[in-house]
Design a protein around this ligand. Structure first.
Ligand code: ATP
Ligand code: LTN
Length: 332
């Protein structure tokens, strides 16, 4: 490894993963594992910040784990683990909560979006960002591959790391987000002003990574399109077509200018058909591997091994942080 860096990221098991999760975050996970020391978590403690049915939580946790492997993550290279299997997350999460200010947590747009219009808002949703900071800081991660919506949480993580180091001495690493240039924010198929989200109640608004080819074709043919007929990338003026161009480019490897050129003078119909086929082809091998992994029963072994490797790093950082803060450490 030329210049290996520590990488950490995570996804909540809060629904069926979408091509937004894949394009915005997971594709980078795979690219990073060759060169870097990677830790990829299933953020199940974050998953319960909104109500979760126990059976659904179990199923979705297994589904995300199997999808991590199906996209090409190699458990011998990258550690794949559950956040709840490494208790240091909850513990440093509490410490980060005590370092956070009410005002800065109130400014988090994810909190504002998820609590808007709700009568009862769980306190876990409010302290979600300090737990996320703990996830990252425990691994002294330099790089955090995420979609654009997580930028603000990363900014807070950087502030908390700096605050900790300032008060208690240089202990934690200030991380950098790694956000893709194209595809950092895949938009909803029924409304290009909202990000595609696995917890949207309308399944027509997203493409799940495990959707059947027919469902994918149907959803893309029904996707909302801008007025006019030009296939041009212009997120301001033509947000819906630009979103489909982004999806096409990310699933086929074709560049945006090549796509624009190829569809010059053609209507939306042919274009949408080709977008759908590109998505189907990109997901086909992932879906085939997914079925094999679920059938193999390998998931629990992968998670056990991942948690052992993760805990070795996380426990050491937690110990250092507690010592710096003045906690008496248990004698070993
Ligand atoms: P939810 O809708 O349940 O809040 P989500 O779909 O946003 O969840 P997360 O688990 O919060 O999924 O996100 C996992 C990763 O996927 C994060 O790095 C996030 O930035 C990225 N991501 C999620 N949705 C998109 C999207 N529409 N475009 C690009 N990246 C995305
Ligand atoms: N909040 C993230 C999920 C998440 C995460 C993390 C991402 C939890 N902990 C640590 C990166 C690093 C989200 O994508 N909604």
């Amino acid at each position: 490894m030329a210049n290996p860096k520590r990488v950490l990221s995570g996804i909540q098991p809060s629904g069926r993963l979408t091509i937004g999760n894949y394009i915005g975050a997971m594709k980078s996970y795979v690219a990073l594992q060759e060169e870097h020391d990677c830790y990829y978590m299933i953020a199940d403690l974050h998953g319960i910040t909104v109500p979760q049915d126990p059976e659904a939580l179990r199923e979705q946790t297994e589904m995300v784990t199997a999808l991590y492997v199906a996209i090409g993550l190699n458990p011998d290279k990258a550690a794949i683990f559950l956040q709840s299997h490494v208790p240091a997350h909850a513990e440093l999460g509490w410490i980060m909560t005590t370092l956070s200010y009410m005002g800065e947590l109130e400014r988090m747009t994810q909190f504002k979006d998820k609590s808007a219009g709700k009568e009862a808002v769980g306190a876990g949703l409010f302290v979600y960002p300090p737990l996320m900071a703990a996830d990252i800081l425990l691994y002294k991660a330099h790089l955090v591959p995420v979609g654009d919506d997580q930028k603000q949480h990363l900014e807070l993580t950087r502030d908390l790391a700096g605050r900790f180091n300032h008060r208690f001495g240089e202990t934690l690493v200030v991380p950098e987000p790694l956000i893709p240039k194209l595809g950092a924010r895949i938009m909803s198929l029924d409304d290009a002003s909202k990000k595609m989200s696995k917890s949207n109640p309308n399944p027509g608004s997203y493409i799940a990574m495990l959707d059947s080819p027919d469902d994918i074709r149907k959803k893309i043919s029904r996707a909302k399109t801008d007025l006019g007929r030009e296939i041009a990338y212009d997120p301001e003026e033509k947000p819906e077509i630009s979103n489909l161009i982004t999806i096409f480019s990310q699933c086929s490897g074709k560049s945006v200018p090549d796509i624009e050129k190829a569809y010059e003078g053609q209507g939306y119909g042919t274009f949408k058909k080709d977008v759908a086929e590109a998505v189907v082809s990109a997901l086909e091998p992932i879906q085939a591997r997914y079925a094999d992994i679920r059938a193999s029963g390998e998931i629990h072994r992968i998670l056990k091994d991942g948690a052992d490797r993760a805990a070795a790093v996380a426990d050491a950082t937690l110990r250092e942080a507690k010592q710096a803060m003045g906690f008496l450490l248990p004698r070993r």
